[in-house]
Design a protein around this ligand. Sequence first.
Ligand code: 0T9
Length: 383
Amino acid sequence: RTRPSKSQKSSWATFLKSIASFSGDLSSLTAPPFILSPISLTEFPAYWCERPELFSAIADAKSDEERSILVLKWFISTLKGQYTSRNEKLGSEKKPLNPVLGELFYGYWPDINGRGQTDLVVEQVSHHPPITAYYIANEAKGISLQGHSAQKTSFSGGSIIVKQIGHAVLTVNLPGGGKEEFLITLPRLRIDGLWYGSPYIELAETSYIQSSTGWLSTIEYKGKGYFSGKSHTFKASLSPPGSSHAAHTYEGLWHQTSKDVRTGTIFTDVTSPKEEVTVKSVEEMDDWESRRLWRWVAKGIRDGDFETASKEKSKIENEQRQRRKDEQAAGTQWQLKHFDHVDSDPIYERLGKLFKANPPTEDAYVYRHNHNPGPTQAAASDL
Ligand code: 0T9
């Protein structure tokens, strides 16, 4: 990486001051060009499935206990992609493009070796504050994940603290009929490295995976100087229904490997390459699809042509402002395409009670099952 220039340093200092005196929705702050990412937040839900075989393996569990272990294993294995992949790909954590209301992202992971095809539908359901809803399903295996993601940010001790708002529900159709549900809550993030202009994420505090069978995973996150002194450390314990005594404990580094504490065997290993989502070409995409919508802004950022990037971004923003004005004048409201909003998620309420989730209730976006998934198996194999 090249050293930042004098003017980059001073614009970064100005930006840090604006972050420090600000709390709430960081997405609306104008950041200096070198920290801009050409990728929109609507693409982020794809991180949930970049190891599709771990997702589909959940369907093969022989017992409730094993199913909870496999869900935890899949979940931990997504963290590297979710929280460190921009550093690997772009050099540091960067400010994602702030999606417009109604922005869409579709994709899939093909059926290979009988794992079934996994399909992804994402819709930006709010602009300010940004809220992203997603639905990921492997129909052949009878597994789906529905969730939404928003953030509350504050500034403390030189770091940005991000509280994740929203949750995900994983549903597994059981072989004998019926289904098992897992409520997944999300960890708190700290964005460190700001002073040096090279932000990275550390996870903090605790998140949970509560199964409707009663099995509960409690995952604790620590950075440098805690548990092991290493960054990206976690400890997870899995306890049986009605008990707080762990039947299994796991610990290690979520971006490398972890072990089953009792047996010493490997639990997660994400050192092998992940599988990025397959999407249509930009030419085939609809105008509302993220990569087409942001095409010229993203190109500007990638080429270092920030004048074009900012001009194209203004076009999108002005168009959005006009839309909102027109709606107001007509007394109409933007209609979501794939999701229905509910004020209280009954699954969150029911499963959240079991581990005293805070808050006790949350809203949700329920998928309408109205998107035709990507190519079928036959077409996918032509790729
Ligand atoms: C859900 C994820 C989330 C989205 C991002 C905080 C953040 C927006 C939300 C939580 C995904 O499942 C996981 C990963 C990264 C999170 C982003 C990291 C980040 O920096 C942004 C915020 C809004 C910023 O852009 C802050 C300003 C920037 C200069 C720091 C790099």
